[in-house]
Design a protein around this ligand. Sequence first.
Ligand code: FES
Length: 155
Amino acid sequence: MLQTMAINRTMTTTSAAIDAEIDRILAAHAGREGPLLPILHDIQAALGYVPEGAIPAIAEALNISRAEVHGVISFYHDFHTAPATRPVIKLCRAESCQARGVEALAAGLVDETRVSIETVYCLGLCSVGPNAMIGETLHARLDTAKLSALVEQVA
Ligand code: FES
């Protein structure tokens, strides 16, 4: 259970604004059972990554070790510990999207250096693939032209 007392911590690698956001997220999950993943998702959603400097605060708030927090962050590929240097396009490469040609789309992006392509497995829109997600927005029925337009849009 998340400790509800004030969190006394040292975060040397993050700014005051980031510290405040992390404090807000930790407080929002105070008293909930099993909040580590929701906390990490909320931090990633708010900041775009989970700062390494936040790990001690999360561990302290949840009364678990820093190694446990770090282990969960590193286990799930969706979590990043540094800001993305390029826009991220999450490309679904699960079975239905594969059957609908995602590998040909991915091959066309091999030399694309303006964006980061991450592989995900199923975005829940299997019948209208190939699909991708940019930020919180889903993009369906991708073809080369649509994917190129998305790259131009975000790069
Ligand atoms: S397989 Fe791609 S969205 Fe489900």
